[in-house]
Design a binder for this molecule. Structure first.
Ligand code: EPZ
Length: 418
């Protein structure tokens, strides 16, 4: 098991290039199951979750070839069964259910189960599938769906679930006619998926708003697509610059996608300058970091995937702040680890009260989930001494070349294999 060692106290300086978005690439890659034609997907990051997705596509019969950051996917698919051994590795694998149901009018997909941050049910997905005409049963840990014919429908999601929105859009893409989905997620990853589905031949309106209309067709053709930059990686590096008193430029990103994070950083006293595809952040160490409260919301609110990273920054702010988690029920596993750095913070219901004014000192810590891991790396950048972070495989799921990118910015960080 690898470990990451960070020697804290070095200001970051320079330019970091943002990779393609994990959470945009996953649904786009799964959407290639909707056609047998060749698809070329560019700007795909080199991540464990992408590897797991490509293995799943090959399991279904796709030929997959990676040339640098471009993935070529082609070929017929055969299986309608997605086994638990494959699904349990990555929850997002449940996104195969929409394409399989749409292609074969039936599917047998293992329930993904929960993860460190919550139970993460899929009831909204299943309700949508049945509204589209599938007979949905759950038996022996599998979702078993069958339908003589799927039909266009009016759907209303009880919560704007990102994954459920993506599954409904993919399924409706192969249903001839007009499907309207209300109360959908607005995330940029949804807009990127809609962009790809349109290139496959689907007419889609309203992506990025409350209501998406999908004019599906019986057969779709192949397409080329370039995945959008990763807004969560963008926010993570902005906070890395902030916490280390640095002066960094985050390049190849979409500033609009992190506008809420930028405004929070400005409230905390940082100077943040937006160009059209880069963001320059300065400030920090010399001038005090103002405490700023955050409540996580669906897009365009403050992203739950940056909650842990923001909490790390607030540990060294000049006063008390409150971080409220509104999306997941158990996304505070990083609190105990931040306390090991000497930070003063405590959980109170769905919030964490951070006293701030902490002088962090290094400690051995353990990663519980992807974004909690990012928070520990950020704390390590500013903690006095050498921090040893274990279970870093969580980080490899979502941050491409993390150490290399931070080393290039002047961080004293390296990985050792146990
Ligand atoms: C996506 O997960 C992201 N993953 C998550 O990022 C992100 O945290 C989340 O959206 C929220 O923005 C990918 O895109 C691969 P949801 P998803 O369905 O689709 C509840 C990361 O770190 N819910 O919007 O699973 C659910 O329990 C990951 O990159 C139901 O109750 O999120 C949660 O409380 C972590 N029933 C809330 O909705 C359902 O059927 C949001 O979940 C579906 C969801």
């Amino acid at each position: 098991m690898d470990k990451i060692i960070i020697e804290g106290g070095h200001n970051l300086k320079g330019v970091v290039r943002i990779s393609g978005s994990k959470n945009a690439a996953l649904p786009v890659l799964f959407s290639t199951l909707l056609t047998d034609d060749k698809c070329l997907i560019a700007n795909v990051p080199d991540l464990k979750d992408i590897d797991a997705t490509l293995e799943l596509l090959e399991f279904f019969g796709k030929k997959v070839k990676r040339v640098k950051d471009t993935i070529e996917i082609s070929g017929k698919i055969a299986s309608v069964i997605a086994p638990y051994e494959l699904i349990k590795r990555m929850r997002a694998s449940f996104l195969v259910s929409g394409p399989l149901l749409a292609r074969f009018k039936k599917a047998r997909v293992a329930l993904p189960g929960g993860c460190a941050i919550g139970v993460r049910p899929v009831d909204i997905h299943l309700e949508g599938f049945s509204k589209l005409g599938a007979d949905v049963k759950v038996e022996k840990g599998y979702v078993v769906m069958d339908s003589r014919n799927l039909k266009p429908a009016y759907l209303h999601l009880r919560f704007p679930s990102v994954g459920a929105t993506e599954n409904m859009m993919m399924t409706a893409s192969l249903i001839d006619g007009r499907t309207v989905i209300h109360n959908v997620a607005h995330e940029p990853e949804i807009v990127d998926l809609a962009d790809f589905l349109s290139k496959l031949g689907v007419k889609i309106q309203g992506a990025g708003t409350d209501t998406v209309t999908v004019h599906g067709r019986n057969k779709l053709h192949g397409a080329c697509h370039r995945v959008i930059p990763d807004r969560i990686e963008t926010g993570t590096y902005l906070i890395a610059g902030a916490i280390s008193g640095g002066n960094i430029v985050v390049d190849d990103c979409i500033p609009e996608d992190v506008k809420t994070v930028i405004s929070k950083l400005i409230c905390a006293g940082f100077k943040v300058k937006r160009e059209n595809n880069s963001i320059h952040i300065t400030g920090g160490r010399g001038n005090k970091i103002k405490p700023v409260n955050v409540t996580t919301e669906t897009y365009p609110g403050f992203p739950t995937d940056l909650q842990a990273q923001w909490m790390a920054l607030m540990c060294i702010a000049d006063g008390r702040s409150v971080v409220r988690e509104n999306i997941f029920e158990n996304r505070f596993l990083h609190v105990g680890e931040l306390q090991r750095f000497g930070a003063k913070l405590r959980i109170k219901g769905d919030s964490v009260i951070i006293e701030g004014k902490s002088k962090l000192s290094s400690a051995p810590v353990m990663v519980s989930d992807l974004r909690a891991g990012a928070a520990l790396v950020l704390a390590g950048l500013v903690a006095e001494g050498k921090t040893v972070i274990s279970r870093v495989y969580h980080l490899d799921r979502g941050y491409e070349h993390l150490e290399k990118k931070l080393q290039k910015l002047g961080a004293k960080i390296h990985r050792i294999s146990d």
